[in-house]
Ligand binder design. Structure first.
Ligand code: BT5
Length: 244
């Protein structure tokens, strides 16, 4: 039941019916020296979110990790998270679901703001170059609402085309196009973003930043206009982003 094949992008597909976590499997492959691999699982038993959170990974979702070795400095890693968010949002829209991006890594249904997908990027860097980068994508495609947290929904529940194989292919193809043309990431991201123009409250380890989200800056930081001027919040520092 390989859900990903016939990709119009150069990735070796490593498919498993069930894995603890596709990111962990991709990391094993990275340590072995592999590159340009797409790890896909039918379900996960230990799916991870950011900051030690859990990712519910029932059968019917798309659980995919792309292992790449971009020739870029480690500080550029967030641009790949944004590229993945654009790819997932586009795949949702092509499946007939009006999806939007909430900075930094959530894909939501417009209006209800229920979460359709999330992205977990992990990386190992040398001094001036990324050694490997794993972009893990969890998307609720052909999943019942009962199998998801209350704040979540799926492509199927939202009335979209829940073909996992097509969905996964579209993600990988868009991600690959953006990887080749990273200058296209931020314009596409801005077009899909729901966060910009909103009053936000961002919780970070260094404190709370509150104001209006006005833009996203390379490689993926949120620019917030506060009472004390513009503040730039790095994606990796965001613990929670809430309406202010
Ligand atoms: C994320 O974390 O949104 C990143 C999720 C990445 C999952 C993929 S699946 C393939 C790869 N392998 C892995 O092990 N992980 C990656 P975060 O922003 O921390 O959001 C996590 C929060 O979303 C949880 O605390 C729940 O509130 C909620 N959540 C959990 N499972 C969900 C689901 N299936 N759909 C929507 N929301 C969910």
């Amino acid at each position: 039941d390989a859900i990903a094949y016939g990709l119009d992008a150069p990735y070796a597909v490593d498919y498993h019916d069930r894995l603890p976590s596709t990111n962990d499997r991709a990391r094993e492959l990275a340590v072995e020296g592999a590159a340009d691999v797409l790890v896909v699982a039918g379900e996960q038993t230990g799916g991870r979110g950011r900051l030690d959170r859990t990712w519910n990974s029932p059968s019917g979702g798309v659980y995919a990790s792309l292992l790449v070795r971009p020739d870029r400095p480690p500080a550029h890693a967030p641009i790949f998270t944004l590229a993945a968010a654009v790819a997932v949002t586009r795949a949702c829209r092509e499946a007939g679901v009006d999806a939007v991006i909430k900075w930094p890594n959530d894909v939501l249904v417009a209006g209800s703001e229920r979460k359709l997908a999330g992205i977990l990027t992990e990386m190992e860097g040398e001094a001036d170059r990324i050694s490997w980068l794993i972009v893990g994508i969890g998307a609720n495609v052909d999943v019942a609402a009962a199998d998801l947290p209350e704040t979540a929904t799926s492509v199927r529940e939202a009335g979209g085309d829940a073909d996992r194989r097509r969905f996964c292919q579209r993600i990988v193809e868009t991600f690959h196009d953006l990887r080749l043309d990273p200058d296209d990431v931020l314009p596409a991201w801005r077009e899909y973003a729901v966060t910009l123009g909103r009053a936000v409250r961002v919780e970070t380890p260094g404190g709370v930043v509150e104001g209006e989200a006005v833009d996203v800056a390379f490689p993926g930081a949120l620019v917030v206009r506060t009472d004390d001027g513009e503040r730039t919040v790095h994606a990796g520092d965001c613990e929670h982003l809430r309406p202010a």
